[in-house]
Design a protein around this ligand. Structure first.
Ligand code: SF4
Length: 152
């Protein structure tokens, strides 16, 4: 199935905010959320080329912000390189200037690496990353029943 982003569904230069999914599903089964259970803990990733092309199109068409709708950004190793691509596009085209995402809860080192990618631009306002950090408190940990990331 072609991406609606790059297949002409959206008018060029008309929108300000994009919602981008690079994968679907969640490998966890948190007690307070049905996402993981609803997808049987499976994660299906869109191809790298497709995601990169989506990001490039969004950037070239002056979207001010991107909300990455993945369950856990940083869960997959490729998220580091996709973040680099996103930052490079922002640098070249001036957009997006804001990216929001839900950070992977069990990949603190990878998330730290991703956070560093925008570099000084985080302070200049060219790109700001917003994170929803999940609590690592004992009560939250016991509500997570699956940590199988072997499919990533
Ligand atoms: S990791 Fe997030 S999306 Fe997945 S089941 Fe837990 S709360 Fe839901």
């Amino acid at each position: 199935m072609p991406s609606p982003v790059t297949s002409g569904v959206f008018e060029e230069g008309r929108y300000t905010t994009a919602i981008l999914e690079t994968n679907r599903g969640c490998p966890f089964s948190c007690g307070f959320c049905f996402w993981g259970a609803a997808t049987n803990d499976k994660v299906h990733k869109f191809e790298d080329r497709r995601v990169r092309d989506d990001i490039t199109w969004i950037s070239k068409n002056n979207f001010v912000s991107i909300f990455i709708a993945d369950a856990s950004w940083g869960m997959a190793p490729r998220d580091v390189e996709l973040t680099r691509h996103l930052v490079k596009c922002s640098e070249e085209n001036g957009y997006p200037v804001m990216v929001a995402m839900a950070a992977a809860k069990n990949k603190p080192d990878r998330m730290a690496e991703i956070t560093e990618i925008p570099g000084p631009r985080r302070c200049s306002g060219l790109m700001r990353c917003v994170w929803w950090a999940r609590s690592l408190g004992a009560g939250c940990q016991t509500s997570t029943t699956s940590d199988d990331l072997s499919g990533l």
